[in-house]
Design a protein around this ligand. Structure first.
Ligand code: FAD
Length: 481
């Protein structure tokens, strides 16, 4: 193998709108490689659901590269430096990652390659705006979403237009440098993914199909319908975006184009601003790299979280006795995803009604979500816990019963994932403990037997959360490190 450019695929598992690939192909033949890197700190290694997705996605990318993608596992720096030396590689290219450990590792690799006389280039393929380019007038980062997005991002030049698929991808394939996809050992040993197999098509084609199914009608109706978990009214692009099978730029321009450039349209504006939330979470992680582990707000350093393993397990297994919480947690387990509104409801229930540290919820989501994303997951958990930047205040506690009544009025969503409640009338579907005995008998429900009695009293646990907040406020504040 004696090619000039090593194309290192990372979270950009696509051929279209891939700036690094585009640049590499203009230079001549490429050696495409994917490395399952072990430089990653243990707690950030992808969870089981993500690994399942990654395996499928890599398989799709390999197919679109005529099965000539090289696979390796280990320390990326060591692997790349060895390849460069052994095969006289003159240029190494990749698309940037924004997780703190990636930034540190990539900076080190760039220095080593430059010192070895190798051209090294990195590109932005993952974000609409570079985090360091959006700052307040005083040059400090925004901490509140609306000014960040409306004033900071939208006042900047428009995001770059997607680049075309390279006309000619010439690959130098060397079987000696390819350990094969299976060597990455991504597929879970137990076959729990059969439901996901039916629901999802990981890879660039699956992403393009989700987008074209969603536009234009989905974007038009987005604002009014997106909060109803049973309607399937969101774009379902998050795992595709996480693995870079589609870029935010492709989605941004496709959505604007599908609505004839009418950015005043309320549905389109709302949809684009959700992409803005995605940007904001990456922005926060970039400027405040401690957010996956540490409360953004130092006020919560002394918060009296409870240790309650039994309640945590009941929450994880969808056995809390609160129907919308149970439906959400079962949806997560069975499908690898959960509707955004329900993520907020189950999150609030864990950190407020059960008073369990948001990091326990974040870890469970990390393992079970197909779209598990360090930036979005930690920022969203901190948002719902009230510990984050621009967070929902801690004292605003979601009531799962009224949330259910408002966003799942006929209980269709609950019944899908909690079929034991299928005969419960609408009036009691979200609060079966309030139902008179004759209704419970009609619905065939014995609370505590074939459906759990509620794990906590909602009113009392709400008050307990408010008392905990008051107690923590009496502690001295600490500055974040
Ligand atoms: P759509 O509604 O169609 O939105 C389009 C895209 O915008 C999404 O694909 C996603 O990339 C982005 N987006 C939408 N809402 C948010 C948000 N609040 N924050 C950041 N980006 C957003 N999203 C993840 O991608 N990975 C996670 O690990 C993750 N963990 C979460 C944990 C909690 C507790 C909560 C409340 C939310 C979390 N989210 C996470 C955000 C959101 O729930 C998902 O992005 C969304 O449900 C994905 O569905 P969709 O693709 O149909 O979204």
């Amino acid at each position: 193998m004696n090619a000039s450019t090593l194309m290192w695929f990372r979270q950009d598992l696509r051929l279209r709108d891939n700036p690094a690939l585009h640049y590499a192909c203009e230079n001549g033949a490429i050696i495409p490689i994917y490395i399952f890197d072990t430089d990653c700190p243990e707690q950030f290694i992808p969870g089981d659901a993500s690994k399942w997705w990654l395996h499928q996605s890599l398989s799709a990318l390999n197919l679109s590269l005529d099965n000539q993608l090289h696979f390796a596992k280990g320390e990326a720096i060591r692997i790349i430096m060895a390849l460069v030396q052994a095969h006289n590689i003159k240029t190494v290219v990749w698309n940037r990652g924004y997780e703190p450990w990636q930034i540190k590792r990539d900076t080190q690799l760039k220095q080593l390659l430059s010192a070895a006389g190798v051209e090294v280039k990195s590109f932005n393929s993952h974000l609409l705006w570079e985090p360091w380019q959006v700052l307040k007038k005083d040059e400090t980062p925004y901490k509140v979403f609306t000014p960040y997005y409306r004033r900071g991002c939208l006042s900047k030049p428009s995001p770059r237009m997607p680049v075309a698929i390279p006309k000619d991808i010439q690959i130098e394939y060397n079987p000696q440098c390819d350990n094969g996809l299976d060597s990455l050992a991504l597929m879970p040993r137990i076959n729990w993914f059969h439901t996901m197999d039916k629901m999802w098509t990981p890879g660039e084609e699956g992403a393009a199909k989700h987008l074209s199914d969603f536009l234009p009608d989905g974007a038009k109706a987005y604002k009014n319908k997106r909060d109803f978990p049973d309607l399937g009214a969101t774009s379902k692009l998050s795992p595709h975006l996480h693995f870079g099978e589609i870029s935010p730029n492709q989605i941004w321009y496709a959505a604007i184009h599908a609505l004839d450039g009418n950015t005043e349209d309320a549905g389109l504006d709302c949809y684009l601003s959700e992409l803005g939330w995605r940007e904001f979470s990456h922005y926060l992680l970039f400027h405040f790299p401690h957010i996956p582990q540490k409360n953004f707000s130092p006020k919560f350093e002394h918060f009296p979280w409870r240790s309650d393993p039994d309640s945590l397990i009941a929450w994880q297994q969808g056995q809390t006795g609160i129907p919308i919480v149970d439906a959400g947690m079962r949806e997560l387990w069975q499908t690898g995803t959960m509707h955004n509104r329900v993520r907020m409801v189950v999150g609030s229930f864990l950190v407020k009604n059960l008073l369990i540290d948001w990091r326990q919820g974040e870890r469970w989501f990390w393992d079970c979500l197909l779209d598990a994303d360090l930036a979005a997951n930690s920022a969203s958990w901190q948002w719902i816990a009230g510990t984050g930047a621009d967070a929902s205040p801690y004292f605003r506690i979601f009531n799962p019963v009224t949330q259910g009544q408002r966003f799942d009025p006929q209980g269709e969503y609950v019944k899908r994932f909690c079929p034991e409640l299928s005969k419960m009338p609408d009036k009691y579907i979200h609060n079966p403990w309030d139902a008179p005995q004759n209704i419970l008998d009609y619905a065939g429900i014995k609370l505590g037997s074939n459906y759990p009695a509620p794990l906590v009293d909602l009113k009392a646990s709400r008050q307990r959360a408010l008392d905990a907040l008051a107690q923590s406020k009496q502690q001295p504040d600490e500055e974040p490190s």
